[in-house]
Design a protein around this ligand. Structure first.
Ligand code: NAD
Length: 513
């Protein structure tokens, strides 16, 4: 037990890790089938988690429906108070949960802690929001009438999440849904099931301490088959799904087929435009962190650098120098910059992409490769690579979820760079490095970036919880987290009240008896 993981599991209330741990609600885990969770850090088996059966799922839905009746009648500011307590509990468990995130997913311990901090931040945001679920009032065109709108909870929100942010994405959704009066059923990634159980346990403790039903938060485990129980279920009015575009296209159709609502947060193909007026030092830090941080497994990871030809060699040389300093290894060791990929399948995809780059005519500038040896036992450690490519290569049109950075060249005006940037199917995060006001404003204008996130003198990677998060085109169009993203978790009702003794009709229509 090199990393003290046993103690961490204990602190997070995760029991029976050999027999298939469950949420602590044993009645919902009748299954004999397990997901085995292996750490990409050292390849060790961390524990087994029971896969939810159809029967378990039915019980979970029932428990959610019962909990909804209590929860929707709890005033929103009181729901906020519960979320405040949940945030406090996360503060107490930050180190343990951060370590488990790091060990199960493979991101650095710093990033694991950062992810828990993001959960805490969204709790604070949600607490404030619980007193600000505002609707508008309007002036009625009819005398003696009052008209306004109000927001009511939707019911059960289904949350499907990806492995790379195994806990924060759930919290973004769940905390907003809770203050809105909804209850949640979460299906975490089958690659990170233990962090899911840890979160459920933390939430359950808070509900129990307040004599509230645990069914306000529910957990089901398994792969896409378990996920599709949620997406096809008419009792689940909203599905919030985070993951690949491939998954989003299936989920969107399953949910649309029953006219449910979906909130999709899918893949990106994020670029930084490096203009002749870029600050080179900031550009290199932003680009390198963006490309190799979390081993290139962020939806906002930098995939493409679109560099003005006058800057190209300078940027290229600085990148080569920076990459030579990168330390790859155990993410729990803070001196390393790059940890492992999530699993062997991800390693294969990375290797295939590098072969494709060369097949399509690209030039490898920094060689990739899989690391072998005592420190890389899991087989998931790879070298961050850089390739020089052309925008029309099909490999550059796709998101490869690994640390491969593509260098592209543009000449002339920033419009040419924008054309390259926007000419892909995805539309999540984008950035421009420039000290030129005209270029920056052009990038942010209607003729500029077509992405959901557009940054000036900041890289593409990462975001603050205060803004609405998400992207356009094949990224799915959903928005989560800050700003008015809460509205998707509620149903809007327009109310008109007549306090006269007449019944005038709208648009002046006369109907007399
Ligand atoms: P994935 O698509 O393989 O899986 C994501 C989740 O969807 C998992 O829980 C999986 O079990 C579930 N799922 C897959 N097919 C399903 C189906 N047909 N029905 C129901 N559920 C289904 O993605 P991943 O490999 O875990 O994560 C990486 C991807 O996620 C990348 O493309 C990344 O860009 C994206 N991502 C996007 C955001 C964002 O906010 N836009 C955030 C994080 C990750």
């Amino acid at each position: 037990d090199t990393f003290g993981i046993k103690k961490v599991l204990e602190e997070l209330g995760i029991k029976d890790i050999n027999e298939g741990t469950s949420t602590g609600k044993s009645q919902f885990s009748s299954s004999a089938a397990f997901i085995k969770s292996f750490s990409p850090v050292d390849g060790e088996l961390i524990g087994s988690v029971k896969i939810s059966t159809q029967e378990d799922y039915e019980k979970v839905v029932e428990s959610a429906q019962v909990a909804f009746k209590t929860w929707r009648n709890t005033p929103a500011p009181l729901r906020g108070e519960i979320v405040r307590q949940f945030g406090d509990k996360l503060r107490q468990k930050k180190e343990a949960l951060g370590l488990l995130v790091s060990y199960e997913m493979g991101k650095s311990y710093q990033e694991g802690l950062g992810e828990v901090q993001e959960m805490i931040d969204i709790c604070d945001f949600a607490v404030g929001l619980s007193r600000q679920l505002y609707g508008l009032t309007m002036h009625s065109e009819r005398p003696g009438h009052r008209m306004y709108e109000q927001y009511h909870p939707l019911g059960i929100v289904g949350i499907i999440s990806a492995f790379n942010f195994p806990v924060a994405v759930w919290a973004w959704n769940a905390t907003l849904a809770w203050v809105c009066g909804d209850v949640c059923i979460w299906k975490p990634s089958e690659k990170t099931p233990l962090t899911g159980i840890a979160c459920q346990n933390i939430a359950a403790e808070v509900f129990e301490a307040n004599n509230l039903p645990e069914g306000i938060s529910n957990l089901i485990n398994g792969d896409q088959h378990v996920g599709s129980l949620l997406t096809k279920d008419t009792r689940v009015p909203l599905i919030s799904a985070t993951g690949s575009t491939r998954m989003g296209k299936i989920v969107a159709q399953d949910v649309a087929a029953r006219l449910g609502k979906s909130l999709l947060e899918l893949g990106g193909n994020n670029a930084i435009i490096v203009t002749p007026d870029a600050d080179i030092k900031m550009t290199i830090i932003g680009a390198v962190f963006g490309a190799v941080g979390t081993c290139g497994q962020r939806c906002t990871s930098t995939r493409r650098l679109i560099i003005h030809d006058s800057m190209y060699d300078k940027v290229k040389d600085a990148l080569v120098k920076a990459y030579s300093q990168l330390k790859i290894g155990n993410p729990l060791d803070e001196t390393n910059h790059v940890g492992p990929l999530i699993d062997q399948d991800a390693v294969k995809m990375y290797q295939n992409a590098l072969v494709e780059v060369e097949n399509q005519g690209g030039k490898i500038l920094i060689e990739g490769g899989v690391l072998v040896g005592e420190n890389y036992k899991s087989g998931c450690y790879v070298k961050p690579a850089i390739a020089e490519v052309k925008p029309e290569y099909s490999i550059v049109q796709h998101e490869t979820f690994a640390p491969i950075l593509y260098l592209l060249k543009y000449s002339g005006d920033v419009e040419n760079a924008l054309h390259i940037q926007n000419n892909v199917a995805q539309g999540l995060s984008s950035a421009i490095m420039t000290n030129n006001l005209r270029e920056a404003e052009q990038f942010l204008s209607v003729n500029g970036s077509d992405c959901g996130i557009a940054n000036v003198n900041i890289g593409t990677s990462g975001a603050e919880i205060g803004g609405a998060f998400g992207g356009e085109k094949e990224t799915g169009g959903g928005r989560e987290s800050g700003s008015d993203a809460w509205k998707v978790y509620m149903r809007r009702q327009t109310n008109t009240i007549n306090y006269t003794t007449n019944l005038p009709l709208a648009q002046g229509i006369k109907f007399e008896l």
